[in-house]
Design a protein around this ligand. Structure first.
Ligand code: IMP
Length: 191
């Protein structure tokens, strides 16, 4: 079964494909057709995930899966949240902005959120799931794996940041893998 993955973020596509591969399922995730350029103007992760999935469906008229994700920091009222990808110009500057905003702040609690939306060939939402990974923000960067805010995100119950985990370790605990596992177990009933 082929599923269009409504994303142009190659890190996310890679992570999703790695997880699927490790589970040995008869599913193939493919990139959206040319022209995929959703306007992410929703106000929540759910809305943006739906917008992306629907846009990919309009172009492909087949099964589509979209992921919308971001980092939510308690002391910043949930920011950067849905603005995670555009909080500053580069990944390094985005991290710098977060660290500056948290300077002197005691409460460092944060979580990553990922909402996945699965749309069927008829264009209806077939299933959606919100995966959450709890943790906290440290005061400096540590580790070189992963992407985005991984070097400042300390995984709850671990002494390492997300960027210090191996690919396999991140894929066991991440918000994206939690959401994807639920989507995949739903899909398994259909194939
Ligand atoms: P999206 O592509 O609109 O869903 O934006 C997601 C953004 O949230 C990314 O560009 C990253 O900045 C951040 N993000 C989402 N998932 C992760 C993750 O697993 N690690 C680090 N940053 C993430």
């Amino acid at each position: 079964m082929k599923i269009v993955l409504a994303s142009s973020n190659k890190h996310k596509v890679q992570e999703i494909n790695d997880i699927v591969k490790s589970l040995n399922l008869p599913l193939e995730f493919i990139l959206p057709p040319e022209g995929f350029d959703p306007i992410e103007n929703g106000e929540t992760f759910e809305e943006n995930s739906y917008i992306k999935a629907k846009e990919a469906w309009k172009l492909s008229k087949t099964w589509t899966l979209a992921d919308d994700s971001g980092l939510c920091i308690d002391a910043l009222g949930g920011k950067p949240g849905i603005h995670s990808a555009r909080y500053a110009e580069t990944p390094a500057l985005r991290i710098e902005r977060v660290l500056n905003e948290l300077e002197g702040v005691q409460n460092r609690k944060a979580h990553f959120t990922c909402v996945m939306t699965l749309i069927n060939p008829q264009g209806e939402v077939e299933y959606k799931y919100m995966g959450i990974c709890e943790g906290s923000i440290i005061e400096e960067t540590r580790g070189t794996n992963g992407f985005g805010y991984d070097p400042i995100f300390l995984v709850k119950g671990d002494t390492r940041t997300m960027a210090e985990l191996s690919k396999e370790e991140k894929n066991r605990v991440s918000h994206r893998s939690i959401a994807l596992r639920h989507i995949l177990s739903y899909l398994q009933q259909l194939i």
